[in-house]
Structures are given as C-alpha cells and as structure tokens.
Design a protein around this ligand. Structure first.
Ligand code: HEC
Ligand code: HEC
Length: 279
C-alpha cells in the first residue's frame, strides 16, 4: 500500500515535470519559428523590392529625384507624411494600402512623370496578399534607422558645393573604390545602370564593351551631338548634362538632371575613376 502511494506520488511529479519541460520548449520552438518566419518574410520582401521598386524608389528606398519619392525616410515613419494626406491609421496599413492600390491619380503637389503602379491582386495588380505583406515588413524594417537619421536630405546632396556644368573642368585624382560606393548609394546611379535596365549597362555585356571603352569612341560617332572632345569630357557631360547626347535606344529626360548641383568636384572625379575602370 505504502509503496503504491510513493510510486503514485513520484509518477505524478515526473508527469508534472515532463509537462512543464515540454511547455517551456514549445514556447522556445514557437519563438524561433516566429523569428525565422519573420526573417524569411523580410528576405522575400527585399527580393520583391529589388525586382519591382528600386527602379523608381532607388536602392534602399532612398528615392530618385523626379522619378519616385523616398520611402526610407523619417517623415514617413513619424506620421508627418500620413498626416498631410489626412490618413490616421498605422504606417503599416498606409503602406499596405498604397502598395496594393497604387496611385493612379497623382497626389497633390507632386509632378512625377510616371504613376505608382497598382500591385495588389485585389486591385487588378500582379501581387498576392502575402507578397504585399512581405514588402510591408521589409519597408518597416527601415523604421529605426530612418527615424535615427532624422530629417537629413534623403538624396544625400551637398548643397552649395555643386560642381556646375563646365565639362572642361580640371578634376583632382579620383578613387574608383569611393566612386563605386557613391554610385551604389543615394545618387541611385546603380538602380538604372547596374541593377536595372533603365539606363545603358556600364559593365561589358553581350558583346558590347563597358562604359570606359564606349566613352573613348562616342565623341567620334556620326550621331554624337554633345560638346566633349575626349572620353573624360564625355563621361563628365553624360553625368552633368545627360541630355547633351542621348544614347541610341534610350529616352532623354530619364536620367536625373541635377547631378551638377548634387555632386562636388571630388565626388565627380571618384565616379569617373570608377567608370574608367570598366573596360
Ligand atoms: C514606375 C515607377 C514606380 C514603381 C515601379 C513603384 N513606384 Fe511606388 N511610387 C511611385 C510614385 C511616382 C509615387 C508617388 C505617387 C504620388 O504621390 O502621386 C509612389 C509612391 C509610393 C508609396 C507612397 C509613398 C508616399 O510618400 O506616400 C509607397 C509606399 C510606394 N510607392 C511603394 C512602392 C513599392 C513597394 C513598389 C514596388 C512593389 C513601388 N512603389 C514601385 C512610383 C513607382
Ligand atoms: C533614373 C535612371 C538613371 C539614373 C538614376 C542615372 N542614369 Fe545615367 N543614364 C540614364 C539613361 C536613360 C541614359 C541614356 C540616355 C542619355 O544618354 O541621356 C544614361 C546615360 C548615362 C551615361 C552615358 C552612357 C553611355 O553608354 O554612353 C553615363 C556615363 C551615365 N548615364 C552616368 C550616370 C551616373 C554617374 C549616374 C549617377 C550619378 C547616373 N548615370 C544616374 C539613366 C539614369
């Protein structure tokens, strides 16, 4: 009799301990499941953003002048921009709404040449709800850094130091590695020339040589309309006065026209040094 009681009590405790143990682990398991689900969502969102959005909103969503507004910006996350549209919901809901429905009608005070496309299937676009949610998670991931960065100009311009539009300007020595960082940053050159097809690819591809080689012969082409007399001047002209010569097969007015104000002379030299390293 006594032995049964002891055994019963013991097995009761063993059972309790087992349940507590399983429950504790289950919570861990759920947490790590939720975490890995979230990071998968963000990864999916990043890929969707890269393939569909940077062409207008720039790498890292920092915006492209006269093409698409910055999304990675403090005034979006702190509610200022939502307030100005009279929207009183959360930032997540705002993003979900705009991305899904697009902006067929331009918002007041903007003059972007192209409309924000409609993405959600509910609205006749190509993306499922889970894809839109992944994009929203990816964008929300910028919040902390964007708020910390505050109101500094998202396009990274250096006002007052603009290099101007003289294509015969003498350049200091340039550093191609710095140039490579600059073109990948908020100037957004890479969005059009490296990652997407909006501008001529700089790297050699499909039998067409890279930009350094092309620049050598552009000025002696029959259809050349600019003022440059050598490769370096051609590159300077392409950046500061991009419409002086419009590359065959591309449209004028796509490349931002304000790099002469946004770049200082050293930045221009660094970018050109980088372009000259792409034969
Ligand atoms: C063809 C260019 C283009 C593409 C591609 C594009 N957008 Fe836009 N987007 C715009 C423009 C232009 C606006 C501003 C429209 C307006 O306010 O009238 C905008 C606005 C937005 C806004 C609202 C920003 C604000 O200030 O209120 C969000 C969010 C947004 N886009 C997200 C995306 C996402 C995510 C993608 C990719 C799935 C994308 N966009 C693709 C052009 C584009
Ligand atoms: C919004 C897209 C866009 C951005 C951003 C952009 N470009 Fe362009 N770029 C173009 C287009 C389109 C052309 C071809 C039309 C023309 O020649 O003006 C071009 C032409 C060029 C050319 C001449 C290419 C050739 O084959 O002769 C150079 C060099 C160039 N861009 C450099 C830059 C640099 C440097 C930046 C950043 C400081 C930049 N671009 C940013 C779209 C862009």
């Amino acid at each position: 009799m006594k032995l049964t009681v002891v055994l019963g009590t013991l097995s009761f405790f063993v059972l309790v301990i087992a349940i507590v143990f399983i429950a504790a682990n289950e919570q861990d398991r759920m947490e790590s499941f939720t975490q890995s689900y979230q990071s998968r969502q963000i990864e999916t969102g990043a890929a969707l953003f890269e393939n569909n959005c940077i062409i207008c909103h720039g790498p890292q969503g920092r915006g492209i002048d006269s093409v698409g507004p910055a999304i990675n910006a403090a005034d979006l996350f702190n509610g200022e921009r939502l307030g100005s549209f009279g929207f009183s919901g959360t930032v997540e809901n705002y993003l979900r709404g705009v991305i899904s429905a697009g902006r067929p009608v331009p918002s007041e005070g903007t003059d972007f040449p192209e409309r924000m496309p409609t993405w959600g299937m509910d609205n006749g676009g190509p993306m499922r709800d889970d894809q839109i949610n992944a994009l929203v998670e990816f964008i929300m991931n910028w919040e902390e850094v964007a708020l910390a960065r505050g109101e500094d100009k998202p396009d990274g311009g250096t006002p007052g130091e603009g290099v101007g539009t003289d294509i015969t300007i003498a350049l200091p020595a340039g550093d191609p590695e710095v140039g490579e960082e600059l073109i990948a940053g908020t100037l957004a050159c890479a969005a059009c020339h490296v990652l997407g097809p909006a501008g001529p690819a700089w790297a050699a591809e499909a039998g067409i040589p890279g930009i350094a080689t092309r620049a050598e012969s552009r000025t002696s082409q029959d259809d050349y309309t600019g003022e440059a007399s050598d490769a370096v001047q051609y590159l300077i002209e392409s950046i500061l006065l991009s419409d002086a010569y419009v590359v065959d097969g591309y449209l004028s007015g796509i490349m931002p026209a304000n790099y002469s104000q946004r770049l200082n002379v050293q930045e221009l030299a660094d970018i050109i040094a980088y372009l000259q390293s792409l034969p």
